[in-house]
Design a protein around this ligand. Sequence first.
Ligand SMILES: [Zn+2]
Length: 408
Amino acid sequence: MKALIAAAAVWLATSALAAPKPDNALLKAATAEAPAVTGTLKSLVEVESGSGDAEGLETLGRYLEGRFAQSGGSVSRVKPLPGTVGDIIVARWKGTGKGRLLLIAHMDTVYQRGALAKAPFKVVEGAAGPLAYGPGIADDKAGIAVILHTLPLLSARDYAELTVVINTDEERGSVGSGPIITEMAKGMSAVLSFEPTVYPETMVNGTSGTNTVIVTIAGKSAHAGAAPEAGINAMVEAAHVIAVTKDLDRGPGKRRFNWTVVNQDRGVRNIIPNNVTLIGDLRTATLAEVDQFRAELAERLKTPAVAGAQVVAEVRVNRPPFDVSPASSALIEEAQAIYATLGRRLPLMPRTGGGTDAGYAAIAGVPVLEFLGLPGAGYHTTDAEYVHLESVPSRLYLAASLIRRLGR
Ligand SMILES: [Zn+2]
């Protein structure tokens, strides 16, 4: 018994010794910086910046240019691809470290102008500490706030190059900024994405990809009564396409594929239709699955049922999936180890059904870490979106520690 107690005492002593300790100077700095995050959140929330709101996005863009310049960044604007409203704000810092890091967050929200009047910024005391409310506060204004307040915790030796990209169309699938994020991510040591996490905080195993499937069918017009045999009926071919592809949907939790739209130019009752476009929605876990789907679709459509019909299929990747690679997995373990020094856990949650810009960054083949924003809830519901302020010191500490580990 005595031996057992002695063994237990030794085990306790060694495990206490082995318990990792935080970097106290950094923790102190993060804790001192944390209260200012609330004011930044208020400033960010009080500029309404729904996707497509040119005025709001411009106002917020100018505010961010000012903040990044104050932090010593060289700030520039990048035009999104045509059709997207709002310049992308890019800020860069040069340092003396080794790593090149890209930090991403988005300034647009899902809310229309007027949402703020119904749900103004407020801080209320919750069971787990203070909560800050406001439209878009968690998704993703808190992500921007975490980046802004991590900057003062860093010094030039923490990175060779630090780049921050804030885009304006994430809530519309980042069609105008996604390819730009991919380009900027190339050659980076890592990309850190500051989308919101849940409370208590977690990491995430991946985000989902969304894709549009477009099948255009060209036939030949003819009089539907006098000479239908002279025509090629695109609609009949479309029915065939649907019939031979509807089983490409693999069911819940797997690849999802469903036809959702049928378009026909100038349909007339007495004319054999010469064109039909079918549009389908495809959800995938990996880009490889998109390629696999393309191949299966091509195989199914190889032989038209209506002689002479031209069938062209296209699969557009709207938002690529983010699948945690071994390198990303290693980053998750780093984050968990850093959090453990604070006595906090960061369990890994399964892939989310939503998509994020981590998917665009991951195409560059570099390690990506998602969910570094503030923990919150009520995303996409006007009056109930909030973040947990209790976590702010830990989130700043985590972001700064990761940048140091990767950048020095
Ligand atoms: Zn978001």
